[in-house]
Unconditional design. Structure first.
Length: 398
């Protein structure tokens, strides 16, 4: 997806936010209608029926009539596609869209082609009911029939074209690489390279923590709370931009260097799920403290290192060259002799095989096992692999 930064004027920002309100309002109405529908009322209204209802609503409500019909109809089309994906089992159930969190709308058809290039760095797009808005050209303009306008929590406006980028061709060298993802080391390659995802600096982390501590003491709806939320969103957006930039560069480099990329088959949603409280055996009716706090720190580390985004972009750039390997015991298996035991990994960074004495970086050793496609399903300690020897046959006397 090709995304560009928009630079609207204050008046244009207000008009864009009004279009976002229209799209969000129509989406929530369609969701309410879908959730409250009962079997005795017949089939659920589809996209065509909802468009007819939207025409009647625009004739009765002046606030909707003042907005763009294209924006409102595309909100209904997006909702219809979300319901279809939910019934197909590929996506979750559609949820409510909230202000300051889901700010955006989509433009399709002939209105999406009203784009004029001004010079090498700037272009302008004609948004319905808003006018010509300047956009920053960070890459060539693609040929697309639709685009989406969004606003993040930091107040930045972006325009994204719905285009599928071409995959990166394989180098043809036959090289295979294994990628082990971690929290301390974001990605360890079987070639011995250790890659770390950049985040906020120590000073920025201290400022973010200070702002988050001040936020609960501000009155809801006050100007001070609004300024604090904007400052927090700005720092979090900065961390997200650095993470996305790192993922794009690493995924492009891996797709260009290797023919086959093997990764662990991890379920990020299950790994980052909030744990259930564990009862305290010594005090019935109570729970052990700090369990959720420790798990929350691990979840933040997993999400901050972009585990899921890295694999997603690799599958986009090398669609048939990404293979997923069972992650069972890849960090406890020696990449030289194949001996597996919990004692092989002394700590987070050091791997020392208790059978052959091989010592290496723990993440690199796991990446080598992933590159070899090794997966263990048995829950027992395996002996070191040795070459089988045939026992001599002794003649028996009669």
């Amino acid at each position: 997806m090709s995304r560009f930064r928009m630079c609207p004027t204050p008046a244009q920002q207000a008009a864009l936010l009004e279009l976002c309100r229209h799209a969000r309002y129509v989406w929530n109405l369609a969701l309410e209608q879908w959730t409250m529908w009962t079997p005795d009322k017949g089939p659920t209204p589809g996209f065509a029926e909802q468009c007819r209802q939207l025409t009647q609503a625009r004739a009765a409500v002046g606030w909707l009539r003042a907005g763009s019909q294209t924006v409102q109809q595309q909100a209904l089309r997006d909702f219809a596609q979300a319901v279809k994906n939910f019934y197909a089992g590929t996506h979750r159930r559609p949820t409510w869209r909230k202000a300051e969190l889901h700010e955006g709308f989509r433009i399709v058809g002939s209105q999406a082609t009203r784009i004029t290039k001004l010079n090498r760095k700037w272009a302008k797009v004609n948004v319905p009911k808003v006018g010509w808005v300047r956009i920053r050209l960070s890459q060539p303009l693609p040929e697309a029939k639709s685009y989406r306008v969004t606003c993040d929590r930091a107040g930045r406006w972006h325009l994204a074209f719905a285009v599928i980028p071409k995959p990166i061709p394989a180098p043809g060298t036959g090289e295979i690489v294994g990628v082990d993802r971690g929290v301390t080391v974001s990605a360890a390659l079987s070639t011995g390279e250790l890659l770390t995802c950049p985040g906020l600096s120590e000073r920025e982390q201290e400022r973010l923590k200070h702002l988050q501590r001040r936020l609960p003491h501000c009155r809801r709806g006050s100007s001070r709370r609004r300024r604090l939320k904007a400052a927090i969103a700005k720092l979090q957006a900065r961390a997200g931009d650095r993470r996305k930039d790192w993922v794009e560069k690493v995924s492009t480099e891996l797709a260009r260097r290797f023919d086959v990329i093997r990764v662990e088959d991890l379920r990020i949603a299950q790994l980052t799920r909030r744990p259930r409280p564990k009862p305290d055996p010594e005090r019935p009716g109570t729970y052990l403290p700090n369990r959720r706090r420790a798990k929350a720190g691990l979840n933040r580390g997993i999400l901050a290192n972009g585990w899921g985004l890295l694999i997603q972009r690799l599958e986009h750039k090398a669609p048939v060259r990404v293979e997923k390997v069972n992650p069972a015991y890849t960090s406890q298996t020696c990449s030289v002799c194949g001996h597996r035991a919990p004692g092989n990994r002394e700590n987070q960074a050091v791997f020392r095989c208790v059978a052959c004495g091989h010592q290496a970086n723990a993440d690199v050793n796991a990446a080598i096992n992933i590159a070899a496609g090794r997966a263990v399903s048995a829950r027992r300690e395996t002996p070191p692999r040795v070459s089988p020897k045939r026992e001599p046959q002794h003649a028996t006397s009669a």
